[in-house]
Design a protein around this ligand. Sequence first.
Ligand code: PLP
Length: 411
Amino acid sequence: MQLIDNQYFIQNQNVLEICKKFGTPLYVYDGAKIEEQVNKIKSAFGGVDLKIKYACKANTNISVLKLMKKLGVELDVVSPQEMKLGFMAGFSPEQITFTSSGVAFEEIEDSINHGVIINIDNLPTLEKFGQKYGGSVPCMLRIRPNVEGGGNIKIMTGHKDSKFGIAIEQKDEILAITEKYNLNIVGLHQHTGSDIKDGQTFVDAAAVMLDLAFSFPNLKYMDFGGGFKVAYKEGDIVTDMEDLGVKLTTAFKNFCTKYGRELQLWFEPGKYLVSECGFLFATANVVKNNPRKTLIGVNSGLNHLIRPMMYDAYHEVVNVSNPNFAETNTYDVVGYICETDNFAKERVLPIANEGDIMCFLNAGAYGFTMSSNYNSRFRPAEVLIYQNQAYLVRERETMEDIVKNQILADF
Ligand code: PLP
């Protein structure tokens, strides 16, 4: 979002006009930013056979998925429903990986029946898979490398106490099942966590995986997960993609030489691709002077963007209606949900008035996809700006959506 002559723009679209046209609360995504992020990864890993598998749990709007496909990005899904959204967006089965996490075996069968490759995360499922398919269906293994990384304990997945993946110390059991059923293991996968700023964490996790890889002669892919850190505010440390590119490319190429074959290197980023592209716009319903603080209460809440309340996530706030910092105040920005519902605390912002449009940055990842109808509120509309055109890509919900599937008991 750029400030030009005191007005905010996303590409050539005037933000206040977009909010007027589509109403608030409103999610807006900048397609150009998605493309920029995709290109950063591609350019840092130009030296290897790279595939980006977008972890679409971050944002499953089918138009966002369609844009990913246009950009040459493939998909990582975590449910049959995400898989079907991928198909609707135009992905073919071989472009989709199902990274399962303790799912019912029927979901694994379903993805196999659709021709989607499955990434298995536990030994009992691997055993069942072996019994049913043996080596007739290729599969991948999700390994827990016991490497710590991530911005917050709730988003760390690679450590010793994490529920995710098959622990690396169970290597012998993995190999025993593989041998027993003559399994065709074509890929190894790990995902350490989210918001990882230190590139060394990726290098450490990759080292564990590359070491394990020598035990599997049929590999085609090594998936090093997602979790790249983006900036939430000015000065934030982010994953240094160029540096990571150099370090991992070197390690990967050395591995491939020893392994005797070039493998494909996969990443499955979510936030890195879509966090910064997204903006949640909401209108100030009330500016309230409490004796201890001044609150801006907006027409949105944790039902639309739960990250601040769930992870203490930081979202920069911009008063789009008043960009003038000559006169400021310190505000808490809160939602309209009947629950403690903070978006932001103690932010110095230009003077806010009722009716002002407030914007929450970094709202493209885990924003809409984690939204709910709590307090029986409607979920927002979504707009994607692509090549200077604003596309409405999801309508605002209505009362029909709230009562859909409800049955008034016949008593
Ligand atoms: N891969 C897996 C298996 C995940 O669980 C997640 C996020 O939870 C991701 C990729 C994407 O993480 P991020 O959005 O931090 O890149």
